[in-house]
Ligand binder design. Structure first.
Ligand code: FES
Length: 325
């Protein structure tokens, strides 16, 4: 008989019982639906041992890598400590070591941490200020940069957290960070697969991390980045991207400006429309979409219509929490 630990409680899993059946029998509330491994409502994460491979059927490869599994089809092969996807592990403290403007409203924030911290570039963490106000931001750097986390934080009108970061957060100040979450990141393997990355505004942050990761892991297939903004203020890292494109012949960078009457030598139009029109078919491509929720949702459908497999489309929609004044 195997044991299942969740939070402070440990339960015995009967032979032939699934993790979901064990937890429901013990009155632990676990979301569920089909109970056949189809709807993914019952997804959980193993915090210690890898779950049985059969319990990860149909999950994105990036979720499998993080030990997520479907509890309704998981018959444990060993004792497991599990959690729901939204159950946070302990947060750690990090210190601001760099803060500089990338554009008039996007700041590059660099935090240094001392504790053990695992992440993939492109995942997000919750940053918490001392009064408890918390917001999610994507990680823009790869783990090889020891003990450093980089973020691109856009100053939102009336945004309490982003205003605090822009106006008050000082070098040396401490910020709490949650464990890294999310499945929008690069995984090695299929090194020759073409990659298409489309982002708007500070959606470049996770994409920059993903590109850095892919190049660091010798991805050999073409990597196409389309970064879009309505105006020139929303485009940044242009020199860095062009330098990267000069260094790696498989990396291609297209900055796009969609606003009317703006003079620039960038491609005119919306990044996702330009990107989609430049590929005849996306069959076999891996696609990453980050930024405005409508762009992400629309482009996900269009990429699928153009032949990309749903399992090869990774998204990070930047939903804005409207703060009251
Ligand atoms: S309840 Fe639907 S996949 Fe588990």
């Amino acid at each position: 008989m195997r044991s299942i630990t969740i939070g402070e409680s440990t339960f015995s899993c009967q032979p032939d019982e699934t993790v979901l059946e064990t937890l429901l029998r013990e009155n632990v509330q676990i979301p569920n639906g089909c109970r056949q491994g189809l709807c993914q409502a019952c997804m959980m994460r193993s915090l210690d041992t890898p779950p049985p491979v059969s319990a990860q059927a149909g999950l994105k490869d990036t979720l499998q890598k993080q030990n997520y599994f479907l509890s309704c089809i998981c018959r444990p092969e060993q004792d497991m400590t599990v959690a729901l996807p939204n159950q946070q592990g302990a947060s750690i403290e990090a210190v601001v070591i760099e803060k500089q403007l990338l554009t008039p409203d996007i700041v590059h924030l660099v935090l240094e941490y001392q504790s053990q911290f695992n992440f993939f570039a492109g995942q997000f963490v919750n940053l918490k200020r001392p009064d408890g106000l918390t917001r999610s931001y994507s990680i823009a750097n790869i783990p090889q940069h020891e003990n450093i986390l980089e973020f691109h934080i856009r100053h939102l009108p009336n945004g309490q957290f982003s205003s605090w970061v822009h106006d008050e957060l000082e070098l040396g100040a401490s910020v709490a960070i949650s464990e890294a979450q999310g499945s929008c990141h690069y995984l090695p393997g299929r090194a020759e697969q073409p990659l298409l990355l489309i982002g708007t505004g500070s959606g470049l942050a996770p994409l920059y991390g993903i590109i850095s990761d892919a190049l660091a892991q010798d991805h050999s297939g073409p990597i196409h980045l389309y970064h879009g903004s309505r105006d020139l203020n929303g485009l940044y890292f242009i020199d860095e991207m062009r330098e990267l494109a000069a260094e790696f012949e498989n990396f291609h960078y297209t900055p796009c400006v969609s606003g009317e009457g703006i003079e620039s030598d960038h491609v005119r139009g919306r990044a996702h429309e330009i990107a989609l029109s430049s590929a005849e078919s996306l069959s076999g491509w891996r696609v990453f979409l980050c930024g405005h929720p409508e762009m992400v949702s629309h482009t996900k459908k269009m990429a699928f219509m153009k032949g990309a497999s749903i399992s090869d489309i990774y998204t990070d929609a930047f939903h804005v929490i409207q703060d009251k004044k």
